[in-house]
Design a protein around this ligand. Structure first.
Ligand SMILES: [Zn+2]
Length: 267
């Protein structure tokens, strides 16, 4: 699933093609990917200019020249791309919008866990916690102190911290040398500080590498990321830890596959 670094890369690669350009026409829309259902997206987008394009957590937020906003969530397998209008159309294209100048915005999502969410002008509260890249240690400490869940599970809770998913939770905990099943509220101040640094460093490096392409992730112009080559633990079960050569272990925690080094991350 695309997480913060992947969504950041999508936004960065879409901006040159979309910012300050007009959306001309909605050419195709599969209605069941739209929230609220039945909303007339075609009428709302036609002729509007994209004034801002930003990432919030794992969401791609468009702001139009009417000050209305909508966001696209990529879910598990969603891709948001700009292509030439005559490029062959891939299957599972749920939204096609022609852009001033002849290009086309395409939302493709085989498994349809993603979607398009119209917000309008309302400052709709998204129920999201703070962004990890600007998170201060005391804020992280406060978020973790309030829950007895496993620290890995707490990191995935978007209402506590927004944008981290399975890959970057595992990678950050390894860098911070913290076992994923430790109770969040039991972490010491020093561990929280280490974790805060590890999250930022991991996300920044992943952004610099264009994100992780585990399955079908590509950015807004169809390029794969390369951070999967730098993963320390994620999806590396049985392979040697980059720090101590101990084989990486895998458990299932809160229903999610969890990877860690039993030596560097003692219980
Ligand atoms: Zn190790």
């Amino acid at each position: 699933m695309p997480e913060l670094p992947e969504v950041q890369s999508v936004v960065a690669t879409l901006r040159p093609a979309l910012l300050h350009r007009r959306l001309e026409r909605v050419l195709h829309l599969r209605p069941d990917v739209l929230d609220p259902p039945g909303f007339d997206l075609a009428a709302a987008l036609a002729g509007r200019r994209v004034d801002r394009l930003e990432r919030r957590a794992k969401r791609i937020v468009f702001q139009l020249d009417t000050a209305e906003r909508f966001f696209i969530h990529l879910g598990m397998t969603g891709r948001l791309l700009v292509a030439d209008a005559d490029d062959p159309l891939p299957p599972h294209a749920h939204l096609l919008v022609s852009i001033e100048g002849g290009r086309q915005l395409r939302f493709i999502d085989p498994r349809r866990f993603g979607g398009i969410f119209w917000m309008g002008r309302a400052a709709r509260h998204l129920g999201l916690g703070p962004e990890p890249l600007s998170l201060r240690p005391d804020r992280l400490a406060a978020a973790l102190a309030g829950t007895a869940r496993a620290v890995k599970t707490a990191l995935l809770d978007q209402s506590l911290i927004a944008g981290i998913g399975n890959i970057y939770a595992d990678e950050s905990l390894h860098r911070a040398m913290i076992h994923p099943t430790r109770r969040a509220c039991d972490l010491t101040r020093d561990e929280v500080r280490r974790l805060n640094r590890a999250i930022k460093l991991t996300l920044r490096r992943a952004i610099a590498a264009g994100g992780s392409s585990i399955r079908d992730y590509v950015n807004g112009v169809g390029e794969r990321g390369s951070f999967q080559q730098s993963h320390r633990v994620y999806d590396r079960t049985g392979q040697p830890c980059p720090c101590c050569r101990t084989p990486i272990d895998r458990i299932v925690l809160g229903g999610r596959s969890t990877h860690f080094c039993p030596r560097c991350q003692p219980r």
